[in-house]
Design a protein around this ligand. Structure first.
Ligand code: SIN
Length: 525
């Protein structure tokens, strides 16, 4: 059992800031929440690294919403539910899809320049969508355009203060209510922020895997802190692998947007054969988990480490639709107009998170969560492509509205003592981190078995014994502690779910078992 806080503290001895609402995270959920706060409400928005270090910034494909005249909210709802493989919450999905068009309108009114054909908005398609409903900006730079735009708007709001490079360590809890949070700066100094309500918009934890599309910040620190404070985490076993990330020695696992397949790019195996039609009638546009596992199968059969994405059929669209992808490939000496690109799946999105209701409320008074850090029931066992930016937008705005109802209280001194302090030689944090990420990729990735998961569990518990018992004042080490806690919970949930569903595939239980497992996994301290 992990400690309830990572190190002891006394708030009377710490520098303290006060605000009405504390938002942690600078991706779309945090920004949408901050921009929706009335001007009289003081907001502090804290983030772990630079403000642009968030998954939002890297989102390419776009944001899905039933905005086009040929689409409907009902159709978006049913696609989302089908992708979720039996675990979506109907009310949550209905909230997401029915509020989607208004949320897009809000972005457009804020000036976000979505791509258009003439005056009409342009839409593309991604896997498992039955309509072209994915809006995009600057071709494949949707997340970057939205995030930089919202950050610019926020800079003009005098009621919002942004604190970058502040690592969330633990939540401050007073008589069962979350009243703020403790932060660590890169130099190791600790400070606190007191607030009526805290909204966690800290993103997911796909960076726990060796191969990941996510930036290094995506280590689930908000989830780990919420768990230690007593919140419930749910569905941690559901990790979505994006089928097509660049596979090249020395290159990051750079995402090659599903929109490329939506526009007509094809998947080829090492023999140059198109293989997806053998695996699913929707071929390249089958659900993400199906495509990712089909790629794994092809790699195993051809004894290779990648397959290929052939963008030659869409070479005339490379400049207008995929300028970012083209630029990155070019930097690594590849020209997608003339050659297929080596790709393989990588961990991309974590469906599980802090359990919330439709207003972002967690089980702890004063604590809210939105976006990838939350489990609001919209994604079930598998997220529909491009629903994540929409989720952050819709539920970030909802969370701040609810958070404003929290009562004001006078901050009281909070003291937490911890008796255990194990001394020892320096810990090579990087070494444990690399080993953990490899272990999870090996045993808790696209295909899982009881044997592999058990081996992972034992190894993680062993590392935890000498890592969690110590108190560190460096963000790197605290981050590793969070990663270990979440890795253990993920592996335990995957062991518990003796079936295959959505993104969770157990080779030893390949069928879906609705009778026993049509329910969420839950973890609470
Ligand atoms: C992509 O562009 O393929 C990613 C979209 C998403 O993950 O929602």
């Amino acid at each position: 059992m992990p400690p309830s806080v990572l190190f002891p503290f006394d708030t009377a001895l710490l520098p303290e800031r006060r605000t009405d609402v504390l938002i942690v995270g600078s991706g779309i959920a945090g920004l949408a929440a901050a921009l929706s706060a009335p001007a009289v409400v003081r907001v502090i928005l804290a983030c772990k690294a630079r403000v642009t270090d968030a998954n939002t910034y890297y989102a390419q494909g776009g944001v899905a919403a039933a905005v086009s005249r040929t689409d409907s909210v009902r159709q978006h709802e049913s696609d989302t539910i089908r992708a979720g493989a039996g675990l979506c919450d109907l009310k949550s999905v209905r909230t997401l899809t029915s509020e989607g068009p208004a949320a897009i309108d809000w972005l457009i009114k804020l000036g976000v320049p979505f791509d258009r054909h003439g005056r009409e908005l342009a839409f593309t398609r991604e896997g498992a969508h039955t309509a072209n409903r994915v809006l995009h900006a600057e071709g494949d730079a949707t997340g970057r355009v939205i995030q930089t735009h919202l950050l610019e708007k926020l800079a003009a709001r005098p009621n919002v203060r942004i604190l970058a490079q502040q690592f969330l360590v633990d939540l401050l809890v007073d008589r069962g209510r979350v009243v703020g949070a403790l932060f660590l700066s890169p130099s190791g100094s600790v400070s606190s922020v007191r607030a009526r309500a805290v909204i966690l918009a800290t993103g997911g934890f796909a960076r726990l895997f060796r191969e990941s599309t996510n930036p290094p910040v995506a280590t689930g620190d908000g989830l780990a802190a919420a768990y230690r404070a007593g919140a419930t985490l749910s569905d941690l076993e559901f990790v979505q692998f994006h089928p097509t990330t660049l596979y090249l020695a020395g290159a990051p696992r750079f995402l090659i947007s599903e929109a490329a397949r939506g526009e007509g790019a094809l998947l080829l195996n090492a023999k140059g054969e198109r293989f997806m039609r053998r695996h699913h009638p929707d071929a390249e546009l089958a659900p993400r988990d199906v495509v990712a596992r089909a790629i794994l199968r092809e790699m195993q059969e051809t004894k290779t480490t990648s397959v290929f994405l052939d963008m030659r059929p869409i070479k005339h669209k490379m400049n207008s639709r995929f300028p970012t992808i083209r630029g990155v490939l070019h930097a690594f000496g590849l020209d997608p107009r003339h050659q297929p690109i080596p790709v393989r799946p990588a961990a991309h999105y974590t469906m599980g998170g802090i359990e919330t209701d439709l207003l972002g409320r967690t089980g702890l008074k004063g604590l809210y969560a939105a976006g990838e850090s939350a489990m609001a029931g919209v994604h079930g066992a598998n997220r529909l492509a491009s629903n994540s930016l929409l989720e952050g937008l819709v539920f970030g705005r909802r969370a701040i509205r609810a958070a404003l109802d929290e009562p004001l209280s006078r901050p009281r001194r909070i003291t937490v003592r911890l008796n255990v302090r194990r001394e020892g030689p320096d810990l090579d944090v990087e070494d444990v981190r690399i080993s953990l990420r490899s272990l999870l990729s090996r045993h808790a990735g696209l295909e899982r078995t009881a044997e592999g998961l058990e081996e992972a569990r034992k190894q993680i518990e062993f590392w935890e014994r000498y890592t969690l018992a110590r108190q560190f004042k460096s963000p790197n080490a605290v981050e590793l502690q969070n990663m270990l806690i979440l890795a253990e919970l993920l592996v335990r949930s995957a062991l518990w779910r003796k079936e295959s569903r959505g993104a969770h595939y157990r080779a030893d239980f390949p069928k879906t078992d609705d009778r026993k497992f049509k329910r969420h996994s839950r973890a609470r301290i």
